[in-house]
Design a protein around this ligand. Structure first.
Ligand code: AP5
Length: 215
């Protein structure tokens, strides 16, 4: 399976990606997780990305493209991959097309997870994330809380609210999505590889993907 997962912040890209990778052994490549890991480790990349992320702005295309060019060539990608949070702009989508052509890789489809704004706002204010950069498990205080409040079920690290989860940053991330990322829906429609799923249940999104892959 080689998929791009599109959708606004909080649409459930990370949740769906984790469920799909558990099923077929493909890898989730989340540029957000990579960047948060770099910030936590205090690397040069993290230092460059930190302020953009905190504000809810996209980090510059050049930084992301450098990461992705290397990541897509790693051996685990041969089993298939789910791109979660990349591409995010038309220049990133054009660059990805070239990277994949060079590597001789064909994508199955781009999945646009379309969730109403009010659901998204509710999910993002109630999301919690494992603070361990290697884990980054996703929880929700309403729909999927950790067994012990504030403690990750998987690794025992503290479960926290992300730095870009303030009301101002969430609203700015949604505006940035509408301006910079939503045009990718049209881009992949023109490429003849778009699947739009209007569903709030992750299981329904996964069923739609499986049906399309089997068709
Ligand atoms: P990133 O981490 O990619 O954030 P995002 O796109 O804003 O996506 P989210 O992680 O917020 O949401 P999601 O759709 O994965 O939802 P989730 O599954 O967690 O990026 C962060 C930042 O990094 C960006 O702002 C930018 O600065 C930078 N960045 C990253 N990539 C970049 C790029 N390519 N170019 C430039 N900059 C980049 O679910 C949300 C919540 O809802 C959770 O609590 C979950 O439990 C709950 N939930 C999910 N599905 C369901 C469901 N079906 N029912 C009930 N609850 C659900």
């Amino acid at each position: 399976m080689r998929l791009i997962l599109l959708g606004a912040p909080g649409a459930g890209k990370g949740t769906v990606a984790k469920m799909l990778t558990a099923m077929d052994g493909s890898v989730q490549i989340s540029t957000g997780d990579i960047l948060r890991g770099a910030v936590a480790a205090g690397t040069d990349l993290g230092k460059q990305a930190q302020d953009y992320m905190k504000r809810g702005d996209l980090v510059p295309d050049a930084l992301i493209l450098g990461i992705m060019e290397k990541r897509l060539q790693e051996p685990d990608c041969r089993k298939g991959f789910l791109l979660d949070g990349f591409p995010r702009t038309i220049p990133q989508a054009e660059a990805l097309k070239q990277m994949l052509a060079k590597l001789g890789i064909k994508l199955d489809m781009a999945v646009n997870i379309d969730v109403p704004r009010e659901v998204i706002l509710d999910r993002l204010t109630t999301r919690r994330t494992c603070s361990n950069a290697k884990c980054q498990a996703i929880y929700n205080v309403k729909s999927n809380p950790p067994k012990q409040a504030g403690v990750c079920d998987k690794c025992g690290s503290p479960v926290v609210q992300r730095e870009d989860e303030t009301e101002a940053a969430i609203s700015h991330r949604l505006d940035t999505y509408n301006e910079k990322t939503a045009p990718l829906v049209g881009f992949y429609e023109k490429e003849g590889m778009l699947l739009t799923v209007r569903a709030t249940s992750s299981e329904a999104v996964i069923d739609a993907i499986k049906r399309k892959l089997a068709a």
